[in-house]
Design a protein around this ligand. Sequence first.
Ligand code: TPP
Ligand code: MG
Length: 540
Amino acid sequence: MLVAEAVGRALAASGIDVVFGLLGSGNLTVTNAMRDAGARFYAARHEGGAICMADGYGRVSGRVAVCSVHQGPGLTNTVTGLTEAAKSRTPVLVLAADTPAAALRSNFRIDQAALVEAVGAVAERVHGPDTAMADVARAVRRARVERRAVVLMLPLDVQAAECDPAPAPGGPDLAPAAPADAAVEAAAATLRAAERPAIIAGRGAVLAGAGPALRRLGERTGAVLATSAVANGLFAGDPYAVGIGGGFSSPVAARLLGEADAVIAFGAALNQWTTRHGTLIAATARVVQVDRDEEAIGAHRPVDAGIVGDAATTAEALVAALDGHASGRRTAALAEEIAAGAWRHVPYEETARLDPRTLTIALDEMLPLERTVVVDSGHFMGWPSMYLRVPDADGFVFPQAFQCVGLGLGNAIGAAIARPDRLTVAALGDGGALLALPELETLGRLGLPVLVVIYDDAAYGAEVHHFRPMGQAVDLAQFPETDFAGLADAAGCRGLEVRRIEDLEGVREWLADRDRPLVLDARVDPDICAEWLEEAFRGH
Ligand SMILES: Cc1ncc(C[n+]2csc(CCOP(=O)(O)OP(=O)(O)O)c2C)c(N)n1
Ligand SMILES: [Mg+2]
């Protein structure tokens, strides 16, 4: 069998049943082989969209997500989305055709391995017919077990050779890393002594499935629960959960976290975003950080103690170590204070134009709670993060590790394919929507029942709000109005312009049949500036 066919079959046999991509001569045979072996192929219109779809699919499904591209430009077009996936540790496998080693003068020739390694992805290669099956198994395993973005180079001459197609073994499952007893005991002592502890959970806690154990640890210690932005939803429904820690924290949440005398982080980097440049956590608080990676501990801010271990295993060990401990911190009054302090109850002054907060609150009430909220980057991004509830952490996709505008739409398409049982809501800015415009055609062609909400201020609002107060000209970051509803209709979606809250009646009608994607062009007041942004600008 040809190596190209054998590779496709082996990938499908390893359990991969969804492939995103854009076909060229270099990846057609391998992609066909995957399709013939039962995998579903979703064609993007730009490789930048395909990699984002794989990223979103991987984040929501927890499975290895595959993206298949042509050599040279097919791969260079993935690089921005690939960087996001690599930084976010999404288990993505890119199948990249490659020029033969001897094709020195091929137009397509670049150093593909150096390119992807430069952005933090892992370069793997099908080296030859004899190693092809082992090469595939290694690439899949590295993506799955190490949670890395892996690019598997498929040189054309090797693809065209004959090989034995017997798949290589995938390797054993690994048990989560258990923490050292002494480290658990020290952290338990800190929590026992604390009067107002706080637990901050990050994506590591989500991936470890630590939510239930952390809720139990919260009960035992009396801790308030918070998440980093990427882990939003992990503590949904818990009366002592204050939401996201950081710039998106409500005033009550910020106060409660600031009052904490002990903070224990699980799989959270404790970066500038989660800690408001360190100001959210009191200087006197004892900080304990739990992470499975040694290098994560203390990387962003000093900590008093570190525990190397899986978030769920460590949380369970702490619950056991604190057996018999009781705390009087969790009173009914505290729960009431947290509930009353949620963003949606924080008053704001409306202007005559469409207020993004009013818009988002109205959508939150109208849309089913079984939803996946996907947020692109920009000034608008706080509104969906603060005002749209999500049912759990899988219901929130926040591809911001590269702080890149334009990755949201592709991520939303991948998320919608991963969880067809949930309504996917893609929250984009007008700038991000236009960066991803080719994938509007993909959305329309696939007919996915996605709700796209474009917070349309006809500007790169983040730049306007950043520089206008400094007296700088911002006209280069402002645009004439874009007819997104017209673009949506032309791409096979349904477009709806929203200038007043009453226009959302069209969303209610759409919810009843969801026959195709709905794109809201929400013409929000461009002069409303989010408070969190001022704080965020200090990070530049
Ligand atoms: C690929 C990329 N280009 C440029 C930037 C700089 N940038 C950050 S926010 C932003 C504005 C995005 O505009 P839009 O999507 O309309 O969101 P808004 O800020 O207006 O809410 C830009 C250009 C970036 N982060 N990523
Ligand atoms: Mg904008």
